[in-house]
Design a protein around this ligand. Sequence first.
Ligand code: SAH
Length: 218
Amino acid sequence: MTHEADKARMIMALRQGGVTNMHVLAAMEGISREQFVAAPFRDRAYDDVTLPIGYHQTVSQPTVVGRMTQALEVGDRMKVFETGTGSGYQTAVLAGLARRVYTVERHRGLLKEAEARFANLGLVNVVTMASDGSKGWPEQAPFDRIIVTAAAHDVPPVLVGQLAVGGIMVVPVGYHESEGHTDHDQRLIKVVRTEDGYETEDMGPVRFVPLVAGLAVS
Ligand code: SAH
């Protein structure tokens, strides 16, 4: 069964959602989102919604993946670090644009499933590790681009430190579990690393699962 009509509808939604970069649109057209969701959700794979991927996690909605990817301005010689592999969908989109994507996930089970998808798609420029992505990947730093696909409290200084000067990071911030805030307070922040610090740009409200410290036990 093909999903070409559904995929075309997703591309329309991306354009309407402000994703106009042709490289980003082509990369997203090249990846079949239905391969990244569990069987019961496959007919909704191209709807602009988050979908469950197990372990109480979700694959981000296509317009959010598109906006984050577009904001990263990824070039084909760049080294990208991703925290929160999840289903691997965002990773696969980035792999179509970057030289290499380093991605880490705290749930080993999710990472195994994502690795199987990367192998299936023949993606040879993705490097994976089960670890706490809030620590980054110091051995591979600096990175030209960093994407965090779970919500942090604030812009993570450790990750800013692993960004090359002139590099860009996108990160959802504002997850404060114990301070009476809600998920609705999250904002997507674009960070540009400068010689002596960083600049930020608020890209608007988003809703992500929280960035959780440490490897998951299961
Ligand atoms: N990019 C993913 C989105 C998955 S949801 C996709 O396209 O499917 C966010 C993911 O971040 C979850 O899988 C969650 O387990 C993971 N995560 C949360 N905190 C983390 C951390 N500290 N280190 C690594 N992964 C983390």
